[in-house]
Design a protein around this ligand. Structure first.
Ligand code: NBP
Length: 478
């Protein structure tokens, strides 16, 4: 019996996806550079479905039904190129290579272009949900040709998570690198979500004086409302956890430095190139890097700050409600920025991405899954050409209702010396978009002064330059 799909790269993600396919009735060929991983998978889970273990690349390719579907789940970067170089010569026109690793979308574009010349469909695919999602249903973001999705899509739809309405959390995102681009922005939004949650915790602790266990309770109540999400839920669990060795709150014994693997950084780098203001994501990436500068932090510990007073019980409870408003409003801004980046990338690369479909497939399986995504899905369903999430009536109304509390929270943070780069960047974005006039006119005038960079006027067509070094008369430029 030939295999419906083959998986090469059987570390946690690859083996769990292979098992997920097998549990859905597909025959799965297995391959890993180091055979021991293949053997371990067969030994531990071989009874879960139909697996075809193989040792060599030739054996692996020969085990696959044509057109062949070959899923690569190796470490992103050079290993992916090495594996493609190993397998591509053994494949034929019409075969499909799926890369489920966290590749940079520019690498995916290059690989797709190179393999297309050989007639091979290359499907760069974002997979979110961690190990657990890979096994029980991830959110899957495949790029590549529409033709490849025709044969691959129905399989992915079976193994993907299902949203509450039963819809599978996968769809054809768009050509070449579109899938990995969307996965990248997903991770950027994940960084922002996590940073905002961390700031809410910090405020509840430092300003309201709550303990981690009390904050866990507050997060649990939030999780019953509009903030219902995987990340809020796991945050409550982490905060409620006590360290067995010391009896202290677990969060107090973990080294206070956040690491990163790079997809958040990519999101910001690409956003800078595209000129998209994803300030919330950028602040989240910077907050992690700042936390890692242990020496810089130690050297600055004695700098003066405001005299702290914590709130009384009643004021603390009121403050917790305000923090919920601030968190929700900031979250709307993060998603507004992330979707703006996807929209801009889609236009730049000609991907024609359906933003509503993206919101829909993030409703289940992935790390940012949340009730909130139902609302984004609904916003795009009622208006597919929505220029920005903030122009959706319901989001505009909600953020408007939250804005007073949001300001109170940011002001309290400033007064108490609690850094809230996420909350305040989101609020600055909101206020900048609202502003009738920004000081951008002044910036442009300065540019004209020192560099003759010219300016446009609101009252007349054309481009102008003022003779700053001369009689300051205005000339028509270019
Ligand atoms: P790793 O990222 O740890 O990669 C380990 C796998 O890569 C092993 O199978 C290893 O083979 C193989 N490999 C390496 Br390393 N270099 C190779 C080479 N030159 N040729 C052939 N194979 C090579 O595994 P993972 O954590 O399961 O992640 C797999 C992919 O999925 C990554 O791209 C990751 O970014 C992505 N991803 C991970 C998550 C997650 O939550 N972990 C979520 C979403 C996406 P060996 O056994 O012979 O060493």
């Amino acid at each position: 019996e030939k295999a419906d799909i083959g998986v090469t790269g059987l570390a946690v993600m690859g083996s769990n996806l292979a098992r997920n396919f097998a549990r859905h009735g597909f025959t799965v060929a297995l391959h890993n550079r180091t055979k021991a991983k293949t053997d371990a998978l067969i030994k531990d889970h071989g009874d879960e479905g139909d697996f075809v273990p193989t040792t060599t690349a030739e054996e692996f390719v020969a085990a696959l039904e044509r057109p062949r579907r070959l899923l690569i789940m190796v470490k992103a970067g050079e290993p992916t190129d090495a594996v493609i170089a190993e397998f591509a010569p053994l494949l034929e026109s019409g075969d499909v290579i799926i890369d489920g690793g966290n590749a940079h979308f520019e690498d995916t574009r290059r690989r797709e272009r190179e393999l297309r010349e050989q007639g091979i469909h290359f499907v760069g695919t974002g997979v979110s949900g961690g190990e657990e999602g890979a096994l029980n249903g991830p959110s899957i973001m495949p790029g590549g040709s529409a033709e490849s999705y025709g044969s691959l899509g129905p399989m992915l739809e079976q193994i993907a998570a299902k949203a509450k309405d039963g819809k599978p959390c996968t769809t054809h995102i768009g050509p070449d690198g579109a899938g990995h681009f969307v996965k990248m922005v997903h991770n950027g939004i994940e960084y922002a979500d996590m940073q905002l949650i961390a700031e809410a915790y910090h405020l509840l602790r430092a300003v309201a004086g709550y303990s981690p266990a009390q904050i866990a309770e507050i997060f649990r109540t939030w999780n019953d409302g509009r903030l219902d999400s995987y990340l809020i839920q796991i945050t409550a669990e982490v905060l409620a956890h006590t360290d067995a060795a010391t009896g202290k709150p677990f969060v107090d014994v973990v080294a206070d430095q956040a690491e990163q693997k790079g997809t958040g950084r990519w999101t910001v780098q690409v956003a800078l190139d595209l000129g998209v203001p994803v300030s919330g994501i950028a602040e989240a990436v910077f907050a992690r890097s700042l936390s890692g500068h242990a020496e810089l932090r130690a050297a600055s510990r004695d700098l003066p700050g405001p005299r702290g007073t914590t709130l009384d019980e009643k004021a603390a409870a009121r403050f917790a409600d305000q923090v919920e408003q601030a968190l929700y409003a900031s979250k709307i801004v993060s998603y507004t920025q992330g979707f703006h980046q996807i929209q801009t990338g889609s236009e730049e690369y000609g991907w024609d991405i359906d933003l509503g479909a993206i919101a829909s497939i993030w409703r289940g399986g992935c790390i940012i899954r949340a009730a909130f995504l139902d609302r984004i899905t609904a916003a795009y369903a009622s208006r597919p050409d929505l220029p920005s999430l903030l122009s959706d009536e319901r989001f505009a109304q909600e953020i408007g209702a939250a804005q007073e509390d949001w300001r109170t929270v940011v002001a309290a943070a400033v007064q108490h010396g609690v850094p809230v780069p996420g909350f305040s960047a989101a609020l600055a974005y909101y206020d900048a978009l609202r502003a009738e006039r920004l000081p951008a006119a002044l910036t442009q005038a300065q540019r004209d002064f020192f560099g003759a960079h010219t300016y446009r006027r609101d009252d007349r067509e054309g481009t102008f330059h003022t003779l700053w070094g001369g009689d300051r008369s205005e000339t028509k430029a270019g």
